[in-house]
Structures are given as structure tokens and as C-alpha cells.
Design a protein around this ligand. Structure first.
Ligand code: KIV
Ligand code: ZN
Length: 531
């Protein structure tokens, strides 16, 4: 089978046909979200899914419905929300998982069940304690069951790259016969090398009867830093789906990075004669969003989306780029959505100009959200000499994220310095009421968090506190991420301000809002005063 039978019509670039099209299967919300600490809230998952859909991702793996009620609900809501992409739900090879996934994705315009079982000797013996024949029977039973829910069924041979070739052919043949329309060949442990990956796909396509009835898919982990290279090697052997994540998020060292796969295909059409449906100008925005909601910073020199990906430091390079950008740039920053840092507006800019700016940046805010964002912009412009696009982006993202918050930071005063102990006085609005508390701490951040805790008592642990500057300069906004963990639930809050302590307070409060502190926990305590 060539092409993507379930996709919306996509326009092939000149000289490319449907058979050269690579289906982009994004698993940021499943494999990505599975990585330790990258947990996203329900609303964050929806926000990411909407953006993936908008940027032209073909298949969005929205979660693992049997894993928890939260996962199930997220897959249901994403199924309802997504307009173009196929929505996939993951399921182990058992009836309960498969039925749960079927129940979740039936709300999608086009839903897929992605079912899997480990096929390698090590998985069969130690993880599953099943014989090869039992695994073989499981493949037939699970694909057959999944087909009772949808005709779009993907089957994965987990740890395929460490599976005996003959057995791999046998199970892939069984899956296709039972009705799988996509066959995924995961390099689950990131062990393969490109030539080997090419040979595995080639072997399967040559040896398995009716191999052309399914699309072969790559799902490569990055333990040896080869995930993208391995995925691309599979294309040469006839695979036409790549499973990847924004920023390469994923188990352990992560999955193949979507932005690298897509830009390699776009930039090296001479060697990689394929195409994807991705609007590459949305890549930077997607990267920022996923980094923010997962609180996984993007390394500075990360390909495509790192802060330095288009920065030229050495004199020789700068000279060359000024004369002709192509001397040191193989793709333009604009092609991945990096706008030249432009001075937007100052404190005299009015509503009209601000609304135009937001429109140009791709935001469409309702009237109330617009007013709040505009007020925050004016406040920022009063305190910061140059307001850049990045500042506006951070500010609006914060506004959207905090729109429904029950707890808000109203004011903060901190006494800090060498003298110690540091002291913070904070006023919060909680469900419309004002509370003030004062606390000491080991440093100004600790004092601020203690003051918040005095108003909103809780037992959450704080495994992560992280600060980064949105732009250059000592008046730059600080963007702070705070992760809190309570009863096995982890959430990440973000806050931004030119004052790092105010940003920290906002981030902490944002995390508390996400923990959905019960109403009776939100009250004045130990010296906090209500109003
Ligand atoms: O890495 C892997 O094998 C997986 C499967 C569930 C496809 O994530
Ligand atoms: Zn994986």
C-alpha cells in the first residue's frame, strides 16, 4: 500500500507524488509525555494537540487510554477537538486495553488503535513470560479485536530490532493478515544503526506476503543519538511513516525529533526525495509550547529549534552571513518560524497596534483575554526598554494559561540581601478573596514560596525550579518553571516577569492551580490575613 488512505488531501510539491509522502505520526502526547517529569495537564495536552493539528501532523498519538482515567479523558477530548489529523490511542495486546482505546478514539473524525506486544526473545522471556507461539497468537487476537472498533489499526512489534528476523516476518505477516493497516517496527531501546534499520525494513517488505497492504512505520529511540538517522534510513527501504516527537521528547534519551526529520526531508530533497504535510513555519512555536508545558528546556545548540541554531558568533561566519546568508545557513530561520527579533512597540503603543501584532503572531484572543494581555503588555512596556516579539509571546502564553486560575498573585514584597533571613510578604487572590501572608526563608525564593504556602497549605514536593531569560539584557523577563508533586501527581507551573521573584511566585501559584487544591485547603493560615 502506498500513500495514506485516510489522510485529508495534501498537496504534493512539484516533482513529488503521493508514494513519496511521509506520514508524520507525532507521539509527543504519549511517548513524550511518558518521559519522567514531562507530565502535562489535560488543558496543556489539548493545547499541544490543537497546534499539532494546525501544523499538519497526519497522526496524533493522544495517549494510552487504559493507563488512567485522565489519559482516557484526554484522548476523548483530543478526538473531539482535532479537525484534520487521525487520532491514535495506544493499547497493549489485551482486550481491555484495546476496547478502552476503541472507546476513546471513536469520538475522532478518524480514529486509530495502535496496539503492540514485545516480540524479541528478551521481552518474550522476561517481560511477558510468553512463548513465541503465544506472542504470535496474541498478535492475531489483538489486531482482530482492534478491527472490530476501527478499520485503521496499527500494530507494533515492540523491540523489533532485537527480534529474530524469521519471527519478526512471521508476526508481521500475521498482523497484516488480521487487518493491520500500519506496521510499526520500533527500535525501542535505540540500539540499531542506520544500515541495519534499512536492511530490516527491506527484508520485511521483500519477505512478508502482502507487505504492500500495509504502511511500514519507523519508531526510533535516541539512546545512541541515531533516532533521526535510523528513521530516515527506513524511508529509503520503503517505510512511509515516521513516529516522532517535538523537541525529541520521549522515554530515556527520547524519540526522533519531528523538527529534525521534517527539516532534513525538506532541506535535502536531492538525497531524501520525499515530502511531508508539515507547515514548517510552525515548528518554533510548537517547540516553545512543548518545552514550556513539559518544563524540558531545549538545549541551546539543539538542531533546528535551539536558541543558537541560527546564531553566528565567529567574525568570519558573521561576515559571510552578512554578504550572503547561504554561506553558513542551509535553511532560513523564517522557514522554521524564527522571526528576526523585532522591536515591537513601546509604552505609547495602543490597542489597535497590539491587536495587529497579536494577529501577525498567530494569536486570536477573545475580548477579555485581549484586555488582560494588553494591560500586562502596558505594564511590561513601562518597566522594560525594548519589548520584543518573544516578550509578547511569553506574556500572551501566560495569559492564556492562567485565564481560569482560582489563585492569583496580586502583590509581592521581598527583603533580600546578605543580612538574612530573607522575608517575603505576598497578597494572593483566592476565589475572589484577598489574603496576605508574611514568611521567612533560606533566600528570597524560599521566603516567597513559604509565604504562598502559608495561604495555600499543601504537602506538595518541589522537584524542579528553573529560570531562563526570555531575551537578552538585564531588564529581560525571567521565565520560571516550578514542578510540584503531590500524591503521585506532577504538575509544572510557569510564570514570567522582569522581576525574577514575581515570576517565581507566579510559577509556584500556577503549579498550585494545576494541582487543583481543594477549596477547603485554600484559606488563611499561620498569620495570613483574609479580606
Ligand atoms: O518504543 C516503543 O517500542 C514504543 C511502542 C509502544 C511503539 O513506544
Ligand atoms: Zn517508544
Amino acid at each position: 500500500m502506498t500513500g495514506f488512505p485516510h489522510s485529508e488531501a495534501a498537496n504534493a510539491p512539484a516533482g513529488r507524488s503521493e508514494k513519496d509522502r511521509v506520514i508524520i505520526f507525532d507521539t509527543t502526547l504519549r511517548d513524550g509525555e511518558q518521559s519522567p517529569g514531562a507530565t502535562m495537564t489535560h488543558d496543556e495536552k489539548l493545547e499541544v494537540a490543537a497546534l499539532l493539528d494546525q501544523m499538519g501532523v497526519d497522526v496524533i498519538e493522544a495517549g494510552f487510554p487504559a493507563a488512567s482515567n485522565g489519559d482516557f479523558e484526554a484522548v476523548v477530548e483530543i478526538s473531539k477537538l482535532v479537525k484534520n489529523a487521525v487520532v491514535a490511542g495506544l493499547a497493549r495486546g489485551n482486550p481491555k486495553d484495546i476496547d478502552r482505546a476503541g472507546e476513546a478514539v471513536r469520538h475522532a473524525r478518524r480514529g486509530r488503535i495502535h496496539t503492540f506486544i514485545g516480540t524479541s526473545p528478551i521481552h518474550r522471556q522476561f517481560q511477558l513470560q510468553m512463548s513465541a507461539d503465544q506472542v504470535y497468537e496474541n498478535v492475531i487476537a489483538s489486531v482482530t479485536r482492534a478491527r472490530t472498533h476501527t478499520d485503521d489499526v496499527e500494530w507494533s512489534a515492540m523491540d523489533a530490532t532485537r527480534t529474530e528476523p524469521d519471527f519478526l516476518c512471521r508476526v508481521v505477516e500475521a498482523a497484516i493478515k488480521a487487518g493491520a493497516t500500519t506496521i510499526n517496527v520500533p527500535d525501542t531501546v535505540g540500539y540499531s544503526v542506520p544500515e541495519e534499520m534499512y536492511e530490516t525494513i527491506k527484508m520485511l517488505r521483500e519477505r512478508v506476503p502482502d507487505a504492500d497492504k500495509a504502511i511500514f512505520s519507523m519508531h526510533c529511540h535516541n539512546d545512541l543519538g541515531l533516532a533521526v538517522a535510523n528513521s530516515l534510513a527506513g524511508l529509503r527501504a520503503g517505510a512511509r511513516q515516521i513516529e516522532c516527537t517535538i523537541n525529541g521528547l520521549g522515554e530515556r534519551a527520547g524519540n526522533a525529533a519531528l523538527e529534525e526529520v521534517v527539516m532534513a526531508i525538506k532541506t535535502r530533497g536531492d538525497r531524501l526525495p520525499y515530502w511531508t504535510n508539515i507547515d514548517t513555519t510552525m515548528i518554533t512555536r510548537a517547540s516553545r509550547l512543548v518545552s514550556n508545558v513539559s518544563a524540558f528546556p531545549v538545549q541551546y545548540n539543539k538542531a533546528i529549534v535551539g536558541q543558537n541554531a541560527f546564531a553566528h558568533e565567529s567574525g568570519i561566519h558573521q561576515d559571510g552571513v552578512l554578504k550572503n546568508a547561504q554561506t553558513y545557513e542551509i535553511m532560513t530561520p523564517e522557514s522554521v518560524g524564527v522571526r528576526a527579533s523585532s522591536l515591537v512597540m513601546g509604552k505609547h503603543s495602543g490597542r489597535h497596534a497590539f491587536r495587529e501584532k497579536l494577529k501577525e503572531m498567530g494569536y486570536d484572543l477573545g475580548d477579555n483575554a485581549f484586555e488582560d494581555a494588553f494591560n500586562r503588555f502596558k505594564d511590561l512596556a513601562d518597566r522594560k526598554k525594548h519589548v520584543f516579539d518573544e516578550d509578547i509571546e511569553t506574556l500572551v502564553d501566560q495569559e492564556i494559561a492562567s485565564a481560569k486560575d482560582r489563585i492569583k498573585v496580586l502583590s509581592l514584597t521581598v527583603i533580600a540581601g546578605t543580612g538574612g533571613p530573607q522575608k517575603a510578604t505576598i497578597t494572593l487572590e483566592v476565589d475572589g478573596k484577598h489574603y496576605t501572608a508574611e514568611a521567612k526563608g533560606d533566600g528570597p525564593v524560599d521566603a516567597t514560596f513559604n509565604a504562598i504556602k502559608a495561604i495555600v497549605p499543601h504537602e506538595a514536593r518541589l522537584p524542579l525550579y528553573q529560570v531562563h531569560a526570555v531575551t537578552e539584557g538585564t531588564d529581560a523577563q525571567a521565565e520560571v518553571s516550578v514542578r510540584l508533586e503531590e500524591n503521585g501527581k506532577a504538575v509544572t507551573g510557569r510564570g514570567a516577569d522582569t522581576d525574577t521573584l514575581v515570576a517565581s511566585a507566579r510559577a509556584y501559584v500556577s503549579a498550585l492551580n494545576k494541582l487543583a487544591i481543594k477549596r477547603d485547603q485554600v484559606h488563611a493560615q499561620s498569620g495570613a490575613s483574609g479580606a
